[in-house]
Design a protein around this ligand. Sequence first.
Ligand SMILES: NC(=O)c1ccc[n+]([C@@H]2O[C@H](COP(=O)([O-])OP(=O)(O)OC[C@H]3O[C@@H](n4cnc5c(N)ncnc54)[C@H](OP(=O)(O)O)[C@@H]3O)[C@@H](O)[C@H]2O)c1
Length: 336
Amino acid sequence: MLKLGIIGTHIITDQMLDAAKTTGRYQLTAVYSRTLARAKEFGEPYGATEFYDSLEDFFDQGDFEVVYIASPNSLHYEQARLAIENDKFVILEKPAFVNPEEFSRIESLLAAHPKARLVEAARHIHTGLFKAAQKKFAEMDHRQGATITVMKYSGRYDKVLADEKPYPNIFTKEFAGGALMDLGVYAVYGALAMYGVPDSVVYFPTMAKTGVDAKGVAILTYDGFSVTLNVGKTAQSYLPTEFYGLKDTLVFDSIFDTTKVTYYDDQKAAHPIEANYYENSMVDELNDFADLFEDPTDPAQVKNYKAWQDLARDVNAVMFNLRQSADFTFPADTNR
Ligand SMILES: NC(=O)c1ccc[n+]([C@@H]2O[C@H](COP(=O)([O-])OP(=O)(O)OC[C@H]3O[C@@H](n4cnc5c(N)ncnc54)[C@H](OP(=O)(O)O)[C@@H]3O)[C@@H](O)[C@H]2O)c1
């Protein structure tokens, strides 16, 4: 059993702990929260026995080897830094880091702490369906672009509309929020996992009154084709995601909450992609990460880890370049 500590006590941590239980490979021991009362309230029902309201004590004294970090985006860097300095295995929620500067500093720190590992929780690329779809896509002989939509109305936007302050973290620049960071990252992952790094990128955001992007369209240009991303937190889309061949197409019902992928052949016949499927879409990533943490020097795991790191670095760079193209910065871009 991998002993687990957690940072962040909101809904996604409940989902993660539910998935961790399904894997049967993690045991929650320690909870950090800004208040001890919240740490206990959240952690006790899951069997946690250690509770902290000091991050330093959590890392110094906590009895765990894996830490799951699900805090607001702009806090990831400092918390991951502390975790790596304490030689932990780190599962960091998406988007892992705000900019390439943070990413590169963390990579240097990882090099200085060879026992530590850090993985970005891009749950959708670890699912059985995504992996099977990737395999099918590799077999399509003429690949030419995609339209990827990740647009979901956020209940938290109600507070912005009602002018209720403080605005939710995810709609603020201070916490590196907005549509691209929160949901666009899934689309960027989808594009890069299939096509690799684009030659150039451009983002056309619609800004919310809080200073972050409410929704937007991004275009990733490759040699001979482009990929269009529709992202948003202030509208609800029902569009699927499509990856194009010449006469054939690979269709995801959703790139980030994938329940069904269909391959349409050159005769327009539909072939469902078959794969193992979990209702809780975090189970596959937690199994992948447990494989790594249980045997970090195994050559197959070293290879997986490198591939995840390479992809995460590329996604981080593309996300930053998209923001730059729209002249859209966060305090975290200049603070460090
Ligand atoms: N993989 C997925 O499907 C998925 C889904 C949702 C979110 N996420 C990611 O998970 C992370 C957290 O998202 P979220 O929506 O849960 O964020 P959030 O509700 O704003 O905050 C998450 C936790 O961070 C702590 N926190 C909140 N405000 C804080 C502040 N001002 N200073 C310090 N700590 C604060 C709180 O824990 P305490 O009160 O215990 O300190 C809170 O439970 C983000 O990176 C997000 O992108 C991933």
